[in-house]
Design a protein around this ligand. Structure first.
Ligand code: CS2
Length: 489
């Protein structure tokens, strides 16, 4: 008999199980971009919500390109274990049952199933974790109509390949079938993620189905949300170790930290899942929560990733143990970021920073520097650039923030260990970075040929500080450059 997790084998395991009858659960939520983060975050809140007895909120997930999540979870009846680890006590394991099905949209007929599901009156919410680049937006959060996927979807709106294109098609079908209001809830690390989602979807619909726009404006809500939980990519050895210790095989295993936070703007159209009963915070304004998280937590994560990669560390928890890097990020947070962040009322910023650094040090949740370093061309404008811009506007210097941007550029220019950073949108920046060795010349070429630095570029001071930091990375070994930049203040 197989020991692989499934409805049948679950009964014979000692693990904590879904506290509801899965057979009673119906689909009320469609999720686009079903990766590890969604499964360890929103799906866990939803699992708790289902346990309160409200069984309308099962999730159907969808992957736009890959079939791997569907292939992994289908043989397990879409069950998987969340094994959270604080590095001190034994892992805390629970099996999540809120995901009912996963569609792989690259396969024939699956897009039609998705649109049919979204047009049902019983579907009330679409959640998204499609990563920063999935929005196909430009630096201003508008739909990037030069994006190759968007050009394709504008030409063939019935066979969309981008998320804005898929949403536009599904919304048109919901409109045509006379369906009820709907909420589209972004759960990605973007500032004003609801506003960006609304803009890209509305622009796509205006171009492809203008007759749907007034229905959209009256019936579809795009609240913003802030999501937080560190969920590393799973490894084969973690799966094997888990099987050894727990007696069942779970290829869908996730090993996040125990911490989890979800702050949702309370602006839904139609029925709303009571995620507050599962610990989510529903608030009027998410902006201060988003801002604090992106500019303190995610900014530091990116800093650790690029500095760590340059210094030869494979994981974030190893990088933060390096005294030069630890000192750099502490000063970055205290001296450059904190003075320009508006935190939510009641938040103690010192406690928050301490808890973030503590969470990054958790060796039981090994997070690869290369994973955080991916897609920097999309992440840095959310995480680093706003603090830099605020300081420039106040006439303040920012050697440490500029140093993070320089470390990113250096990773593109001379990939550590010869392994290119995964960042498809940075191809243009990388080719400029590799064509110029003189730092200021390179930065001026990036400003001229790309919109990567957007409004930062007009500040001469930014260009000079960035060039200065990049020169240090070019001229010295990583640790010496990190020390030299950190001691500039
Ligand atoms: C990380 C985030 O990979 C990354 O870019 O910074 O995924 C981070 O782990 C989460 O935002 C934490 O909530």
């Amino acid at each position: 008999m197989t020991n692989r997790l499934s409805n049948e084998t679950l009964a014979h395991t000692a693990v904590r199980k879904p506290a509801y009858e899965r057979a009673d659960v119906t689909c009320g939520i469609v999720h686009l971009g079903i990766g590890a983060f969604h499964r360890a975050h929103q799906a866990v809140y939803t699992d708790d919500l289902l346990a309160t007895g409200d069984t309308r909120w099962g999730i159907t997930g969808a992957s736009l390109r890959s079939t791997s999540v569907r292939d992994t979870l289908a043989p397990q009846d879409f069950l998987y274990t969340v094994s959270s680890r604080d590095g001190k006590a034994a892992p805390s394991n629970r099996v999540i049952g809120s995901v009912l099905d996963v569609l792989a949209l690259s396969e024939v007929g699956q897009l039609e199933r998705l649109c049919e599901l979204i047009s049902r009156p019983s579907t009330h919410v679409i959640t998204l974790t499609i990563t920063e680049k999935g929005y196909c937006s430009d630096q201003r959060g508008e739909l990037d109509t030069d994006h190759p996927d968007i050009q394709r979807d504008l030409a063939s709106p019935l066979q969309p390949v981008s998320t804005p294109g898929v949403l536009a098609l599904a919304l048109r079908q919901r409109f045509e079938t006379g369906s009820r209001p709907l909420t589209i809830l972004s759960c990605d690390n973007l500032s004003g993620n609801g506003r960006t989602t609304a803009k890209v979807v509305r622009t796509m619909l205006s171009a492809t189905s203008p007759e749907v726009i007034s229905w959209l404006d009256d019936n579809v809500a795009f609240p913003s949300s802030m999501v937080d939980r560190i969920v590393p990519a799973i490894t084969d050895s973690a799966i094997a170790e888990f099987e050894n210790e727990n007696g069942y095989l779970d290829n869908g295993l996730l090993t996040p930290e125990p911490f989890s936070q979800w702050v949702i703007e309370d602006r839904f159209a139609g029925d709303r899942p009571d995620w507050a009963s599962a610990g989510a915070q529903l608030v009027r304004d998410v902006h201060p929560f988003e801002q604090a998280k992106l500019r303190l937590l995610n900014a530091t994560h990116s800093a650790l990733a690029y500095l760590g990669l340059l210094a030869g560390y494979e994981t974030v928890h190893e990088a933060i143990k390096d005294p030069a890097i630890a000192r750099y990020v502490q000063r970055l947070l205290d001296e450059e970021i904190t003075p320009v962040v508006d935190c939510p009322t009641g938040m103690n910023v010192d406690d928050y920073k301490a808890s973030v650094l503590q969470r990054f040090s958790n060796s039981a949740v090994p997070y690869r520097t290369a994973q955080v370093a991916s897609d920097g061309s999309q992440k840095l404008p959310q995480r680093i650039h706003p603090s830099l811009f605020a300081r420039l506007e106040r006439g303040l210097s920012s050697p440490l923030l500029s140093g993070v941007v320089a470390a990113w550029l250096r990773c593109l220019q001379a990939p550590p260990g010869g392994v290119p950073i995964n960042d498809p949108s940075a191809a243009a920046v990388a080719s400029v970075a590799q064509a110029h060795t003189e730092p200021l010349e390179l930065i001026q070429a990036i400003v001229k040929e790309t919109d990567q630095f957007n409004s930062l570029a007009m500040h001469n001071r930014f260009q000079v500080e960035l060039a200065d930091a990049l020169a240090k990375f070019q001229q010295h070994r990583a640790t010496a450059a990190i020390q030299a930049i950190a001691s500039q203040r």
